[in-house]
Every structure is written in structure tokens, then in C-alpha cells.
Design a protein around this ligand. Structure first.
Ligand code: ADP
Ligand code: MG
Length: 297
């Protein structure tokens, strides 16, 4: 392995000119305080990008775990028939008796019988499996079909500070349900060639949902993932994203590291699997940015 220090210059999050990886100065990010007592009303965040493999599930799990570390009650909603968020939290989707599918299409299922506690304090999971792929065609004929997930989450909204919905890689009815249930959208953006191509279609869909169904929906931010500061194109993608979306781009970027695939095998977030790793630190910083942008969370 090469020991050329120049190759490792991206190991710091600040360049010599004091700028962060997105080319802007780092903002002040206050240490998160625990939420106060009293009634809660969860901020619901949809993690969306119709492209697969961009870091939606990884960001859902690890941002969720980092928020739970701050004392927040967090519910993760696996809304992908692949069940990756469930697998990533150590749940075997094939052996589930009840999943989000039963809540979407069954009338008499209690959400408390479906929610699972994870091994992380304060982090719960609404699991999914392949059954969810049958939900989409079945939902089409339902009344208020876009509002189904919103209705499912309503009874637990006062128990959580944050609910994060891990969307499937599509812009179909499931994702529209997530956007209808959500207050905020986070868009993970892989720092690779062509990553920005699909984002216009996604922001179009978000705009339509905002206009027609959910006027409160906002884009909370775009987070660069799989970032490799040694490659020019990683930096170019971020630069273009900042040109196009300005301050919507989070200052935090998530670097490419094999630690993330390892956490999937381990079935736990990076914040517990490798608590002092740079990847865990990055998601903790992202959590601070999310809390700074979403004072209610
Ligand atoms: P999506 O949910 O958008 O399909 P995932 O979060 O499942 O994307 O990520 C796709 C794959 O890339 C997974 O194997 C995951 O472990 C891996 N991965 C995610 N983020 C990173 C990262 N920052 N560095 C390296 N691998 C990553
Ligand atoms: Mg996924």
C-alpha cells in the first residue's frame, strides 16, 4: 500500500484553505441537546432517490442511529421490498410474520405488533420484506391511496422525535406515499459521474406532490455519499450540486469506505459497529446538520 501522504489528503474534512469538502466554510454546528419532555410530534423524513445504490438505506440507518444517540426516539420505516434497512439492523425479512405490508393493506393490524426494537437504544424499526412489492398494485384501487402510509404512521407520531422512511429506488406509488407522509426529504447523491442526471426528475416529482397533495413537504437537503476526495470527479459532482442546489447541499459528505458494507453484514449501524471511525463521525455531523435545519426534530 502506498504511503504517499498526498493520497490521504482527504482524510481531513477541511482543506488547507479552511473550506469543507463542498467548497464552502463549515458552519457552526452546536452540540445537540436532548429533546425536552412533553408531547412529541415526529418530524417525518423521506430518504429518496430513484437510483439504487446511492446510500439511501445506509443513510437511513446511520443517521437514525446518530439521532438516537442524541437522546431522540427514532423510528425507521423500511419502505423497500428488498428489506435492506431491516437486514442492516439484523432482522431477517424472510421470517417476519408481520411487516409494513400488513399495515398498509390490513385494516385490523396494530402497528405495535409490527414495530421492532433494535439493539440500539432509542431506535425502532418498522420492517419490510418482499410482500411490500405486492402492495403497490393493490394500493392503486384504494381510496386516498397516496395517503396510506401517512395514516399508518399517525398513531405513533406522538411517540417519536424523528421518523425516517427508507424509500425503494423508484418514483412509483410507494415513494409518493412516503412523500405524502413526510415533512422533509433527504436526497442522497452518489459522488459519481451522471449522479445529478436523475435529480431533476426527482425534484419534479417532489414539486408535484407538494403542489397536489402535501403542501408542507420540503427538501431538507442533499447529502453527497460515496465521496472520494482523491478523485477529481467526486469533487466536481459536489461542486455542481452546490451550483444547482446551493445551501440545500449538506456540508457533511459521506466518504466511500468498506466499513459500510461491513456494517450490513454485522447487522448494526456504524455508530455501534465502529463507533470511533470517520464514517460514524460523518453521520454524527450529518445528524447535527439535520437538527440545525429542523428545529422541531
Ligand atoms: P440504496 O439504499 O440507495 O440502494 P445502500 O445504502 O444500500 O444504497 O448502498 C448501496 C451499497 O453501497 C451497499 O452495499 C452499502 O453497504 C454500500 N455503501 C453505502 N454507502 C457507502 C459508502 N459511503 N462507502 C462505501 N460503500 C457504501
Ligand atoms: Mg436501499
Amino acid at each position: 500500500m502506498s504511503q504517499n501522504p498526498a493520497l490521504f489528503e482527504d482524510d481531513t474534512d477541511t482543506t488547507s484553505d479552511g473550506l469543507g469538502p463542498t467548497g464552502r466554510p463549515w458552519p457552526d454546528l452546536p452540540e445537540p441537546t436532548a429533546p425536552g419532555p412533553g408531547p412529541k410530534r415526529a418530524t417525518i423524513i423521506a430518504m429518496t432517490n430513484q437510483k439504487g445504490g446511492v446510500g439511501k438505506t445506509t443513510t437511513t440507518i446511520n443517521l437514525g442511529a446518530a439521532l438516537a444517540e442524541t437522546g431522540r426516539n427514532v423510528l425507521l420505516v423500511d419502505f423497500d421490498p428488498q428489506g435492506s434497512a431491516s437486514v442492516g439492523l439484523g432482522v431477517n425479512p424472510h421470517t417476519l410474520e408481520l411487516s409494513i405490508y400488513n399495515l398498509l393493506l390490513g385494516r385490523d393490524v396494530d402497528i405495535d405488533d409490527v414495530i421492532l426494537e433494535t439493539n440500539v437504544d432509542g431506535l425502532d424499526l418498522l420492517p419490510a420484506n418482499i410482500d411490500l412489492s405486492a402492495a403497490e398494485p393493490q394500493l392503486v384501487s384504494e381510496v386516498a391511496r397516496e395517503h396510506t402510509l401517512r395514516r399508518v404512521l399517525k398513531p405513533v407520531r406522538d411517540r417519536y422525535d424523528v421518523i425516517i422512511i427508507d424509500c425503494a429506488p423508484s418514483l412509483g406509488l410507494l415513494t409518493v406515499n412516503a412523500l405524502t407522509a413526510a415533512d422533509q426529504v433527504i436526497i442522497p447523491l452518489e459522488c459519481e459521474f451522471f449522479a445529478l442526471r436523475g435529480v431533476a426528475l426527482l425534484t419534479d416529482t417532489i414539486a408535484k406532490v407538494t403542489e397536489r397533495i402535501n403542501p408542507d413537504l420540503e427538501v431538507l437537503g442533499i447529502v453527497g455519499t460515496m465521496y472520494d476526495g482523491r478523485t477529481l470527479h467526486s469533487r466536481e459532482v459536489l461542486q455542481r450540486a452546490v451550483e444547482a442546489f446551493g445551501d440545500k447541499v449538506f456540508h457533511t459528505v459521506i466518504k466511500r469506505t468498506v466499513k459500510f458494507p461491513e456494517t450490513t453484514v454485522a447487522g448494526e449501524p456504524i455508530t455501534t459497529y465502529a463507533s470511533s471511525s470517520p464514517g460514524a463521525a460523518a453521520y454524527r455531523t450529518l445528524a447535527r446538520e439535520v437538527l440545525a435545519r429542523c428545529p422541531g426534530a
